[in-house]
Write a protein that binds this ligand. Structure first.
Ligand SMILES: [Zn+2]
Ligand SMILES: [Zn+2]
Length: 348
């Protein structure tokens, strides 16, 4: 193997360069994979467009690939195995881990795959191999495999939602994450799943994959629509899957008594909002934040995909090569484009 490979390095805001970098060296307990596909996540776009991460860096974390090299201590993987992984491993023993909040563990964000998913070859370090890596059988295709990590992130949030059979659920935001949440809410037993967005294109996909109601908030009033659908009761669970903080105030207007609002999105751009605080005491509503994914949700995501419980085909709208990552980001962020999930593939 050559000691150089191609990767897309993000040097500064909006500055992505497809260039030669060194193939990572592996240790005795690591493996090296050749990337087959890597999903483009909303958080990758935020990091490319914004200033929240130290650059230069290689982004990408929804990755599937084949093992092409392994350390001498690796016994449970063979060359050629197709695997997925995720990017952060908690310590399992700190104050937060002990309380089950693994994703805010101090160690969590300090470790990563090397150099990132948007590269020809990726080193999976020993810790990631032990806790986050799973073999994938051929009945899960590359598109599906790249969605295991985001599905697992949604499952992490849905644990807090504790959906019961017969519950009504509203998902705010019909992006990939919103539509995955809607499908998962159905699987968890929700009887009515509503989704809201301003894009007729995305709402249409949401309906095609099983949402019961699509609310176009560019035309219709959200509070009135939810009230009509639920016979004035409100929804048991609201999931916010769009990074607009004012949605939280709306969520509190439409959540049913004893209901839960799950905040899945970052509100960094406008963190201050006004909301009706009277509902906490008299209606026992809760707002719960959820971030990223723990090792415990990945097997469930894998199982749901293996059993074909989710409709992924309708959600993947575009494929690009690694060299075209910059183009892919432009497309994904262009509001006039009809685009949902974009996946980078090693071979188009
Ligand atoms: Zn992601
Ligand atoms: Zn910890």
């Amino acid at each position: 193997m050559n000691d150089k490979m191609k990767a897309v390095v993000c040097y500064q805001q909006n500055d992505l360069r497809y260039e030669d970098v060194a193939v990572p060296n592996i240790g005795d307990d690591d493996v090296l994979i050749q990337m087959d596909a890597c999903g483009l996540c909303g958080t990758d776009i935020q990091k490319i467009r914004g200033n929240t991460v130290t650059k230069p860096t290689v982004l990408g974390h929804e990755v599937v690939g084949r093992i092409v090299k392994k350390g001498k201590n690796i016994a449970n993987y063979a060359l050629g195995d197709r695997v997925i992984t995720a990017i952060h491993v908690p310590c399992f023993t700190c104050h937060y881990c002990n309380k089950g909040h693994y994703t805010i563990c101090e160690q969590f964000r300090t470790n990563n795959i090397d150099p990132g998913g948007f590269a020809e070859y990726i080193r999976i370090p020993a810790l990631h191999l032990k806790h986050l890596t799973h073999k994938i059988t051929d009945d899960i295709n590359d598109d599906e495999a790249t969605l295991i990590e985001p599905i697992a992130c949604c499952l992490h949030g849905l644990k807090q939602a504790n959906i019961h059979a017969g519950d009504s659920v509203l998902v705010m935001g019909a992006g990939t994450i919103g539509i995955l949440h809607a499908q998962l809410a159905k699987i968890k037993g929700a009887s009515q799943v509503m989704i809201s967005d301003i894009s007729p294109y995305k709402l249409d996909i949401a309906l095609k994959v099983g949402c019961d109601y699509a609310i176009n908030v560019a035309q219709d009033d959200l509070v009135k629509s939810v009230s009509d659908i639920t016979h004035q009761l409100g929804v048991d669970v609201v999931i916010i899957a769009a990074g607009v903080s004012s949605l939280l105030a709306d969520a509190i207007k439409v959540v049913r008594r004893a209901g839960k609002v799950i905040v899945f999105s970052g509100f960094d751009n406008s963190p201050q909002i006004t909301l009706d605080a009277s509902r906490f005491f008299k209606d026992e509503i809760s707002i719960i934040g959820t971030y990223s994914v723990t090792p415990y949700e990945l097997p469930e995501a894998l199982d749901l995909l293996a059993k074909k419980r989710l409709n992924i085909t309708q959600m993947v709208t575009h494929h690009f090569s690694l060299a075209q990552l910059s183009q892919a980001v432009d497309l994904a962020t262009n509001p006039s484009e009809q685009v949902l999930k974009v996946i980078i593939k090693a071979h188009l």
